[in-house]
Design a protein around this ligand. Sequence first.
Ligand code: ATP
Length: 358
Amino acid sequence: MEVLKTSSAFEAAGCHFDCALQEAASAASAPARPKRKIPDSPYRLKRGLVPSIVSVNQLSKTYASGFQALKRVDLDIHQGEIFALLGPNGAGKTTLINIICGIVNPSEGTVLADGHDIVTDFRAARTKIGLVPQELATDAFETVWGTVSFSRGLFGYSPNPAHIEKVLRDLSLWDKKDSKIMALSGGMKRRVMIAKALSHEPRILFLDEPTAGVDVELRRGMWEMVRKLRESGVTIILTTHYIEEAEEMADRIGVIRKGELILVEDKAVLMKKLGKKQLTLSLRNALAAIPEALVGRYQLDLADDGHSLIYTFDKQGDDNQIAGLLRQLGELGIDFKDLHSSESSLEEIFVSLVRGQA
Ligand SMILES: Nc1ncnc2c1ncn2[C@@H]1O[C@H](COP(=O)(O)OP(=O)(O)OP(=O)(O)O)[C@@H](O)[C@H]1O
């Protein structure tokens, strides 16, 4: 439930998805924590009027080995949104991003980036896109200013010092503009990668695992920065293994499993539709088992050596069910001294989706 948000264990370890699944499974008994208020986004406020900026149609990829990494994927990314692509290791996220960015050829299907076909109109499509790859690949001996300016040149754009200055200032790198890359911290290097990706003024920015291995404080700073980029009109597509990141940042969420896009949904709708609620009753006297009269009628579990009775129900469920359960408990003489409710986190919803249970 709420308690299953990204735990510090895999934050610290930069842990990958399979690990997250195990964490989620084993964290069910952790104490509840209060729900965080996530600010509404400009995208969400004007939703309904937003056109697509990336259009993926029936996209498939079969590698030379014969392995089919993507299976007829259809996806529209809306202008001005932050879209989070989630999926276990090997699901096909990087393949999809690499095809859109022109790094991997599609086997079938088409992709339009800001109206340009990524195969037949490659150059125009590529200028619209910025990619921040997972690996920090920068020239250690080059200066921040030099490497970011050079990236712009790679796209055939004439120098624009005013733009490079703005990017460096926005990313809090201006005071480091003359520093060599090797003299920067990991977090600064990551921001240099973002500056490089923004050097040619793209309208679409792909962030592949933007905060992998980044400490919690810096990660929050990165989230703030990504939101500012979105406010400046850049559409952002990110992959992440940190569910908290998607929950915090994304307007919409796509889930890939075994090369298939199994779900694309507004985050808030997803959490409402697939989310579960739990009502936990602290019993006055421990129960050895769920009473016969309740079995099959309610989804009930015992915890805490029989001292807690947990009722799980759909978020969109009928409130009369709770009243009915409480009445029946009274009739059975089962008394409780306290009760509290909690809601599923995105992480729980996600775990059930990739396991195929949702
Ligand atoms: N060049 C390649 N040749 C053959 N198979 C490949 C190639 N690149 C990727 N694959 C396979 O395609 C599948 C999808 O890989 P991809 O890198 O897209 O997954 P991912 O969702 O990004 O995973 P991760 O979260 O681990 O980065 C994997 O099974 C991978 O082994």
